[in-house]
Design a protein around this ligand. Structure first.
Ligand SMILES: Nc1ncnc2c1ncn2[C@@H]1O[C@H](COP(=O)(O)OP(=O)(O)O)[C@@H](O)[C@H]1O
Ligand SMILES: [Mg+2]
Length: 267
């Protein structure tokens, strides 16, 4: 294996972190095939794993990782969000009936923990629900159940300490219904100022509700209004960076800001 290039697929991320550290006089040593970064500066040492920086508390990060916990907390705080209900296969004996009672059909069934599009399934009728639930029951102990919403646009906002560092729109691939970049969605930077303002206000509310410092907030635009879809406390811009040099530079700026925050540097 070529030691320069990570098998983990975080090729751009590795370069971006190395550059940011070099700019701040910090040294970075990679471990576990570039999955773990050990950053050492004069008076500081911290670890980065995957794309997780030591900026959030472990409990806030865990809440963000759990789509059901996130949706419940946001709803309780009056932050508009896509509902996500927990379905446990061990105790919920009639998962099709429960799905119909919880959200009706069509529904979206997915792992309740971070999945990057994996096993996010749409059930348009009871037969599709049965097939999807059977598949998910073989793989997960519990899942999240949501009403299927007609998403006009999906946006990602990266936030650090109450400031939005990056906003982009995910333009869906033809024939696909999920906005994951790994399913061919394209990251577009053409977000109108009006929309950016509304999205920013919502993303900051969501960050406050979860007590997060650094995260990406995904917001779906449904029936003319924004709803928080999910929050990731590991900020992933790898697919985003593949869109070209300008995108790469924007992602580099995000990670530069995160490294500065980890080093307790301001300005
Ligand atoms: N309730 C829903 N209604 C419509 N589409 C949805 C719904 N939930 C998820 N999706 C679609 O599936 C994609 C992936 O779901 P998401 O909740 O973001 O999970 P992941 O962590 O896998 O990205 C979203 O980008 C969106 O396009
Ligand atoms: Mg997503």
């Amino acid at each position: 294996m070529d030691g320069r290039f990570p098998q983990t697929g975080l090729r751009h991320f590795v370069t971006q972190v190395e550059q940011a550290c070099a700019e701040h006089g910090a040294k970075v040593r990679w471990h576990s095939d570039h999955w773990v970064a050990e950053v050492v500066a004069d008076d500081r040492r911290f670890l980065v794993i995957g794309q997780v920086f030591p900026l959030n508390t472990a409990s806030s990060a865990q809440v963000a990782t759990d789509k059901v916990a996130t949706a419940g907390l946001l709803a309780d705080h009056g932050v508009p969000a896509v509902p996500h209900h927990l379905l446990r296969f061990a105790t919920d004996r009639d998962p099709v009936g429960l799905t119909e009672r919880l959200v009706g059909l069509p529904a979206v069934l997915k792992p309740h923990r971070e999945s990057s599009g994996v096993d996010v399934l749409r059930a348009r009728d009871a037969e599709e629900a049965r097939a999807a639930l059977e598949l998910l029951a073989g793989r997960y102990r519990a899942i999240a159940v949501s009403p299927f919403l007609s998403i006009e646009d999906e946006f990602r906002l990266v936030v650090l300490d109450g400031e939005v560092l990056l906003v982009y729109r995910k333009v869906i691939a033809p024939g696909e219904w999920r906005h994951n970049l790994k399913f061919g969605a394209r990251p577009e930077l053409d977000v109108s100022p009006d929309r950016a303002e509304v999205l920013t206000a919502l993303a900051l509310e969501a960050m406050r509700a979860l007590e997060l410092r650094f995260a990406s907030v995904d917001i779906a635009w449904v029936d003319g209004r924004p709803l928080v879809l999910e929050i990731n406390s590991g900020v992933s811009l790898e697919h985003f960076s593949q869109a070209g040099p300008h995108h790469r530079e924007l992602a580099a700026e995000v990670y530069r800001a995160a490294i500065r925050a980890c080093l307790d540097l301001t300005a």
